[in-house]
Design a protein. Structure first.
Length: 73
């Protein structure tokens, strides 16, 4: 859900840049760039994969600590 919000936020920023230039007739901000939107999406995907791997490793390490140890007699 957070990734969807971040993607829509980045898309909104791109639209806001274009509309700012049209409304105020000043070229302070950039223009709407589909490549920026694509790069934002790739960054979100890469981070999501990295986050999933870190969480999986963390879960496995915590599960290993909680497992009861077998006592040999």
């Amino acid at each position: 859900m957070a990734s969807v919000f971040l993607y829509l936020f980045g898309l909104g920023i791109e639209f806001a840049q274009e509309n700012y230039n049209k409304v105020f007739h000043v070229r302070i901000h950039g223009r709407f760039d589909p490549e920026d939107v694509k790069a934002n999406l790739h960054g979100l995907i890469a981070f999501s994969i990295l986050w999933a791997v870190v969480m999986l490793v963390r879960y496995m390490l915590l599960a290993g600590k909680k497992a009861p140890q077998k006592i040999n007699k």
